[in-house]
Design a protein around this ligand. Structure first.
Ligand code: ADP
Ligand code: ZN
Length: 636
């Protein structure tokens, strides 16, 4: 798209020098290759005796070429070349791909030699070659190849730039604008209500920037959409552009990363320059983690200066444009945790908008959006389809609708019916199973009871963080999640920590009570418990036996890394206390669950049905949450 936009002067310069260097390297390589291959002809000279007595008499000559009446070029038969003796005369090809002669020798009289050949019935040709023509041709070919190689290479690299060599520093964003309208609106994005609400403000701003800036308000420059692949992040960003009717630049983070040094930064500069001309507009960078990974890690692997300079350039550009320039950068990633913290600072991607896998309601809505495009059985039960597809992303569902239509077409049906959808689901599951994303019904039940356990214990533990919602929709590495609203507390009391520990243990406790065994699903729970229990004992001085001592080193220059600041005896005591705390929390969680086992079953049942339940649902089942006042904490 950006073919006709000139590069800024700066990168034009760096661009040129860099690519000339590459060109020269290629030329040298080709030259070396050429001299090497022609150098080997000198030891192919043989004698006339060898030719007539050995080769001709054994019938090993395929043909000969007599050049300028004085030189004979001999081509051997395939059989001859395979013989050990003639290995060193093996056939080569020249740079035109033709075989070169295997050997050659000089003759005095061409006439006599021709007679001899006729007599022996050896096919031959005569040729006149000018020495200078020869040289000229080889030079022309050499130059031709160099140029061809050059173009080939740069056309591939600068594919977006229409094959022009110096376009390599151009950005490769795809532009959707008036001529190429973004027709996606919020109506095309199903579910994702919270995310839509969050981006609504961006739409308002793009529509009418003055309204906001007039009062000195600061507009977000960037928003980061965080969520697993296929959940509609690109779609959402497009919908923002569509709603606001502004141009939309779309590209992937990996487009910046190229094997050539300096390209990424040049592309970033160019992207923002082009965007400024089109402002107000949206720049959408998919997979931003390709450039945005935290700098300075992986130094052992030699670091990645190219990626870092690209990231630096991105930061510079984002700082460089004022909030009134009308450019909003939206980026998507699955891993906000690996991003460089500099990217997340105010004035850059300071908002993170979670875009999660859809729950059963969301899936129904997504089905409805995509069903619009196909002719389907009016009796189709969309709720049923939504229930059949736990853990599926929006992209998976779009895929199912498409596959179902294909199945129906293959069977020459008039409309797409339920069976086609079931077949399509099976097929898509087949693809997903390889990616380890599908949850079996038994697993789903375990997850539901696990999460119900968390919810129940936290409900009855008054100092634990208040519950917001519980889901069994897979999320990142976790299979389900209970969401809490952490109160804004600067300090925590021992009661709060112990109650939290109980709530964390609730998942595992519930699994043990219901299924008689525990699963590996509680790994991160156990990690949290262990860390907190250690913190209680060894850092916050909340344990009676260890006393008011902290082994925390706030300076960070820990000499403790290799040497513990306490004795073996204390170490043993800490371990014992931590274990006691964890076991106590576990026992307490089990007690609470046993006492309220009906509630647990009810919560799990609701979770299996709805996949997401909220505080209100839990309240309906368990009754109002006990207040902290009539509660005495057990701290040991
Ligand atoms: P991401 O960028 O998160 O990987 P995309 O936005 O590229 O995902 O989604 C891929 C496709 O999946 C979309 O083009 C759309 O057809 C479908 N899709 C995903 N999420 C939704 C949704 N919430 N509503 C409707 N369609 C969706
Ligand atoms: Zn858990």
């Amino acid at each position: 798209m950006s073919e006709n936009t000139p590069n800024p002067q700066k990168n034009k310069k760096t661009g040129k020098t860099i690519y000339w260097v590459y060109g020269i390297i290629i030329m040298v390589l080709v030259l070396v290759q050429l001299t090497m291959s022609s150098g080997s002809t000198s030891n192919r000279e043989i004698s006339y005796q060898m030719f007539s007595d050995e080769l001709v008499s054994q019938g090993l000559v395929e043909k000969v070429v007599i050049v300028n009446n004085e030189l004979v070029e001999v081509y051997l038969t395939v059989k001859a070349i395979q013989l050990e003796k003639y290995r060193k005369y093996a056939t080569h090809t020249n740079f035109m791909g033709e075989p070169t002669p295997n050997m050659h020798f000089k003759i005095v009289s061409a006439e006599k030699f021709e007679e001899y050949l006729k007599e022996k019935k050896i096919p031959y040709k005569t040729e006149t070659r000018g020495q200078w023509v020869n040289t000229l041709i080889s030079w022309l070919i050499f130059i031709g190849i160099t140029i061809a190689l050059w173009f080939l290479l740069f056309r591939r690299v600068g594919a977006g730039g229409g094959g022009q060599i110096f376009n390599i520093g151009k950005n490769r964003a795809t532009l959707f604008d008036q001529d190429n309208q973004v027709k996606v609106t919020f109506a095309d994005v199903a579910g994702l209500d919270e995310a839509k609400e969050e981006v609504q403000e961006i739409v308002e701003f793009l529509k009418n920037p003055k309204k906001f800036t007039r009062l000195g308000g600061k507009i977000p420059k960037g928003a980061l959409l965080v969520g697993p692949p296929g959940t509609g992040k690109t779609l959402l960003a497009k919908a923002v552009a569509g709603e606001a009717q502004v141009p939309f630049f779309s590209l992937s983070g990996s487009d910046f990363v190229e094997m050539f040094v300096g390209v990424g930064a040049a592309r970033v500069r160019d992207l923002f320059k082009t965007a400024k001309e089109k402002a107000p507009c949206i720049i959408f960078i998919d997979e931003i983690d390709a450039v945005g990974r935290a700098r300075g890690r992986n130094q052992i692997l030699g670091g990645n200066d190219e990626r870092e300079s690209t990231l630096n350039q991105l930061l510079v550009e984002m700082d460089g444009f004022g909030t009134d320039s009308g450019i909003i950068v939206m980026a998507a990633t699955n891993r906000a945790d690996v991003l460089d913290t500099a990217l997340l600072r105010p004035g850059r991607f300071d908002r993170q908008i979670p875009v999660e896998l859809p729950d059963i309601k969301g899936r129904k809505a997504i089905f409805e959006v995509h069903l619009k495009k196909i002719k389907y059985d009016p009796n189709l039960d969309v709720d049923f389809l939504a229930a059949q597809t736990p853990g599926f992303s929006g992209a998976d569902i779009a895929n199912i609708c498409n596959e179902a239509a294909l199945f129906a077409a293959r069977k020459n049906k008039e409309i797409v019916d339920k069976q086609d959808f079931l077949d399509a689901i099976d097929r898509v599951i087949g693809g997903l199973e390889k990616k380890n994303k599908v949850i079996s019904p038994e697993e789903k039940k375990v997850i539901a009871y696990h999460e119900a356990g968390h919810a129940l214990v936290s409900w009855f533990k008054p100092y634990a963080n208040p519950l917001v919602k519980v889901t069994i929709v897979p999320r990142g590495n976790a299979l389900g999640a209970a969401w809490y609203l952490p109160e804004e507390k600067v300090i925590m009391t021992a009661e709060q920590i112990t109650d939290e520990l109980c709530a964390i243990m609730g998942g595992r406790a519930s699994e043990e009570i219901i299924f008689g065994r525990v699963s590996t699903g509680a790994l991160s729970d156990l990690e949290r418990v262990t860390k907190r229990a250690y913190a209680m004992v060894a850092i916050y001085g909340l344990n009676k036996r260890i006393g008011n001592i902290s082994f925390y080193d706030s300076t960070g220059q820990s000499e403790y890394a290799f040497q513990k600041p306490y004795s073996e005896k204390t170490a043993q005591m800490i371990d014992e206390e931590v274990k006691a705390i964890a076991e106590e929390a576990y026992a307490e969680a089990k007690r609470l669950i046993r006492e309220n086992i009906d509630g647990l079953h009810a919560i799990a049942k609701q979770l299996l049905e709805k996949e997401v339940i909220f505080k209100e649902d839990v309240e309906r089942i368990l009754g109002p949450r006990p207040k902290p006042e009539n509660y005495t904490a057990v701290v040991s």
